[in-house]
Design a protein around this ligand. Sequence first.
Ligand SMILES: *[C@@H]1O[C@H](CO)[C@@H](O)[C@H](O)[C@H]1NC(C)=O
Ligand SMILES: *[C@@H]1O[C@H](CO)[C@@H](O)[C@H](O)[C@H]1NC(C)=O
Ligand SMILES: *[C@@H]1O[C@H](CO)[C@@H](O)[C@H](O)[C@H]1NC(C)=O
Ligand SMILES: *[C@@H]1O[C@H](CO)[C@@H](O)[C@H](O)[C@H]1NC(C)=O
Ligand SMILES: *[C@@H]1O[C@H](CO)[C@@H](O)[C@H](O)[C@H]1NC(C)=O
Ligand SMILES: *[C@@H]1O[C@H](CO)[C@@H](O)[C@H](O)[C@H]1NC(C)=O
Ligand SMILES: *[C@@H]1O[C@H](CO)[C@@H](O)[C@H](O)[C@H]1NC(C)=O
Ligand SMILES: *[C@@H]1O[C@H](CO)[C@@H](O)[C@H](O)[C@H]1NC(C)=O
Length: 578
Amino acid sequence: MTRRARLSGLLLSALATTVYGANDTKTFQERCLSFKPDIYVQNSTLNVLEYVPSATNLTFPDNDPTCARASQMAYADLCRVALSIPTSNRSSITFEMWLPESWEGRTLATGNGGIDGCVKYEDIAYGTANGFSRFVTLLCDRSSSLCNPLNLATMIRALTDLQYKLIVAALGTNNGHNGTYGNAFYHNEDIVIDYAWVSLHTSVDVGKRLTTLFYGESAKKSYYIGCSLGGRQGIGSAEKFPEDFDGIVAGSPAVNFNSLYSWRARFFTVTGAPASEDFIAADTWKTTIHSEVLSQCDGIDGVLDGIIEDPTLCHFQAERLLCGSTDNTTADCLNPAQVQKVETIFSNYLWPNGTVMYPGMQPGSEILAADGLYSGQAFGPSTDWFRFAVLEDPSWRPATYTLDDSLIAAQKNLGGIRTWPSSLAAFQSHGGKLLTFHGQQDQQISSFNSARFYGHLASGMGYSQEQMDEFYRLFRVPGMNHCSGGPGAWTIGQGGSDAAYGIPFDRAHNVLAAVVDWVEGGLPPDTITGTKFVNDSVSWGVAYQHRHCRYPSRSTYKGEGHDPLIEDSWECRDAVVG
Ligand SMILES: *[C@@H]1O[C@H](CO)[C@@H](O)[C@H](O)[C@H]1NC(C)=O
Ligand SMILES: *[C@@H]1O[C@H](CO)[C@@H](O)[C@H](O)[C@H]1NC(C)=O
Ligand SMILES: *[C@@H]1O[C@H](CO)[C@@H](O)[C@H](O)[C@H]1NC(C)=O
Ligand SMILES: *[C@@H]1O[C@H](CO)[C@@H](O)[C@H](O)[C@H]1NC(C)=O
Ligand SMILES: *[C@@H]1O[C@H](CO)[C@@H](O)[C@H](O)[C@H]1NC(C)=O
Ligand SMILES: *[C@@H]1O[C@H](CO)[C@@H](O)[C@H](O)[C@H]1NC(C)=O
Ligand SMILES: *[C@@H]1O[C@H](CO)[C@@H](O)[C@H](O)[C@H]1NC(C)=O
Ligand SMILES: *[C@@H]1O[C@H](CO)[C@@H](O)[C@H](O)[C@H]1NC(C)=O
């Protein structure tokens, strides 16, 4: 049997009886505990079935410690289901689904990150709590410590009489293996394929059907949220399974996956190890080089705030840091080999035939990249991907990486993982909407790749910007690191961080709300207003808000006399697609 046939045969729908009978007098808790998901999902094993009252601090003692997700607050009364589902005779996924008592007819699938097999419990909790966050925002005095998410549990208990609306039945998986390492890929292509696409698609298939069984009606709409690898999973799903989702939020997507992993593997060969000659110390990146980047590029947008609004306008000239090129003190300069390294990092990475394999890193991200891709340590996920999946050689040493390895990765394209569609027409004609965003100081995935993908898709479909706007919108978020964090107004509801509970759940401020309104109300998002909290904590209050523009327009300062910390001091102006 083919994998597709196996998947579609997963559920025994004939036996279906719903938890909600017409004259059912059972409580929600009783309904939950009488649910038998494992009977409906063939060959599955029930790991957990429990009723979870709102404000429960769930703990996951069996969760792989490298996932660093030992506990998660639940902000809704819900029924928690965890299953193991075989996907072949040598692979399986761990499936997690939270079915809230108060339900508005939607499902939300969540993605993964890196080469992880980690369930993002925080995103599942966020999905089931969204109505709640909207409610908290209305009542919450931002100067009060009550707004600290750690105190949400107390708030929920105090406010149980009040109605709040929940939105989704949320689900996620371990993407086919446990933990943040890639050794499970070794000599088991089924696990690689689970990671590439089977895990997400299976979970959506199972999740939709369990939703119908549990509530007695099918979900009206199906959504997805993910970032990084999760962004790639969302775009990959729109390509391979255009009917799985009606709306997709795909952040900082790891599209062109093989090239991304080659680009990441190359950094170690460019930087060398910390003891090597001409190594650039983290401190030099964070002070000397970052200051020079800001001195050349921070002012382009008209505001010296440490944030480069549009790094595509920053053509950084590393040679200005060359010792002796100015009258700077020698402590603040680079030797020629170091200048060359900086130039290599900021330039496009090319195939032997001279075409672009992957765009250069955008300037501005060096504060975090200094301790990551530039640290002189081989990048673990890339090493594991090459060692265990691509080259199947556990003794492979990352210092030996060359373009030959990247050619092998591209040729094998394991599990069809590349994710570089030149059309998403089937997704669009199904009515699908895709909102993508990318932090403009992403230290893990160059934000230039999202602009490049936009161009690739538009030219592949023969679409103008107006036609792209019908179903695919990219929001660039200045001052945001990889997926979250950074000096910019980065809180846009992109997942279950504490800050996400402090912003209004509406289309103007929250990407998930925006995609729901786009799909169900025909209201496309023109801009997304991001929020920066003092100390990135809701309890410290809002530092400022900033309106993020949809590509290719860019946020432009209105100029003298305006306060740059006020949202209306900026406007979205057109820029040419490049
Ligand atoms: C369930 O297990 C049986 C026996 O191992 C196997 O024949 C069948 O293909 C499995 N079904 C699915 C959907 O995996
Ligand atoms: C529900 O119960 C009422 C009263 O017992 C009965 O009249 C009605 O037909 C029942 N409805 C269904 C769908 O069974
Ligand atoms: C939940 O419990 C874990 C383990 O006891 C603890 O570390 C964590 O801080 C708790 N979370 C909250 C929000 O209280
Ligand atoms: C992954 O961890 C879960 C517990 O979180 C466990 O039930 C499952 O068996 C593990 N899967 C594998 C393949 O080890
Ligand atoms: C697992 O399934 C494959 C076909 O998908 C088959 O070739 C192989 O023999 C099976 N292995 C075992 C141990 O059953
Ligand atoms: C060196 O001097 C030039 C010109 O004065 C200045 O633009 C640059 O920022 C200085 N570089 C450093 C690292 O201080
Ligand atoms: C250049 O090489 C890459 C990698 O082999 C290949 O994918 C691409 O099609 C080539 N481009 C041209 C224009 O030959
Ligand atoms: C951030 O929090 C620390 C305490 O953790 C505090 O000392 C500091 O003043 C806060 N920063 C701002 C800008 O309020």
